[in-house]
Design a protein around this ligand. Structure first.
Ligand SMILES: C[S@@+](CC[C@H](N)C(=O)[O-])C[C@H]1O[C@@H](n2cnc3c(N)ncnc32)[C@H](O)[C@@H]1O
Length: 302
């Protein structure tokens, strides 16, 4: 059996399909809708429709997976400006994932016109056409990201889409976020579906300003980030609510760390737990109860 036959399509609420990863014990997308997640959590928050007005747009797709975020990005960019030249780098651990998406014809449901590009990227690892240059780096993103940095690639948009922090903490650490943020162009936008306080703290420690993206489809918002020295962009960031700001003052906000970018997930998780136990921050359960009360009654509890 070819490895990509291990992935079995599962339908999500918007009719698009996803896979389940036995290795990470998690779905690749929200069950609320895989396709809509790509548009609402990644493509819209990174302002790609505006970026597409430029002659060249550079994208970094961290955790390329089935290729949905890239697919949604290409459709958005070329709808706005068919002659926009796209430079894309995707980072993915398991080449069987994008190959399985193609083998299972998952883009047929999208009524998608760029499937040949995604097919070539999945099976050959690169694409060169008159309006695109794309490369898929296969391997641990903690290593690949260093090669991307050394190549001097600066992205207008970065999609950060690993499995959740408890399942894949190695791609949410302060050190990994620092590597990713180096690839962000000074006017660029970075987006992720996660609103975890640990993730948001790691982004801030990596030198980014953060905002909150609307909770479309999911119950929780996502996060978008820009460089703080770009005042114009920072002013456009959708602000965190008071509840989200207080979340960043609780124990949940202790970030994951991986000083040499090479530790196993268990080590990264235990280090954070020890730091949480030793800290004097408010327990997150207290914050959660307080806000449950406020949201239910409209009052603040003293
Ligand atoms: C939530 S899925 C991404 C979904 C994808 N963005 C899409 O649009 O279909 C997470 C992906 O991260 C990949 N992954 C897990 N660990 C990784 C690592 N250390 N480096 C690179 N990719 C990794 C998994 O193989 C999986 O494809």
């Amino acid at each position: 059996m070819v490895e990509f036959e291990n992935f079995i399509p599962q339908v999500t609420a918007d009719g698009s399909f996803t896979f389940f990863s036995p290795e990470f014990n998690e779905s690749f997308h929200s069950h609320f809708g895989a396709k809509q997640e790509s548009y609402f959590k990644f493509v819209e928050p990174t302002q790609l429709a505006q970026a597409a007005q430029k002659p060249v747009v550079r994208l970094l797709d961290v955790c390329y997976g089935l290729g949905y975020n890239t697919a949604a990005a290409l459709q958005t960019i070329w709808r706005v400006n068919p002659s926009c030249y796209v430079e894309l780098i995707g980072l993915e651990l398991n080449p069987a994932v994008p190959q399985a998406a193609i083998a299972n014809h998952l883009f047929d449901q999208w009524d998608y016109e760029y499937t040949p590009i995604l097919t070539q990227l999945a099976f050959e690892g690169q694409v060169n056409t008159e309006r695109m240059q794309a490369k898929l780096f296969i391997g641990d993103a903690r290593i690949s990201i260093q090669a991307v940095n050394q190549a001097g690639f600066y992205a207008d948009a970065i999609f950060l889409d690993p499995f959740s922090p408890p399942q894949c903490p190695q791609l949410w650490t302060v050190e990994f976020m620092q590597q990713v943020s180096v690839c962000l162009q000074k006017n660029g936008w970075l987006a992720t579906y996660s609103c975890a306080a640990s993730v948001r703290t790691a982004m801030k420690l990596a030198g980014l300003n953060i905002g909150s993206t609307p909770p479309v489809g999911r119950r929780s918002p996502g996060t978008v980030a820009v460089y703080p020295d770009n005042e114009c962009l920072s002013n456009l960031l959708p602000p965190l609510s008071p509840e989200e700001q207080e979340h960043l003052l609780t124990r949940a906000a202790i970030p994951y760390r991986d000083p040499q970018l090479n530790e196993p997930p268990e080590v990264i998780i235990v280090r954070r737990q020890q730091e949480q136990q030793a800290c004097s921050l408010e327990p997150t359960s207290r914050w959660r109860k307080r806000w449950l009360w406020k949201n239910q009654t409209g009052h603040s509890k003293t």
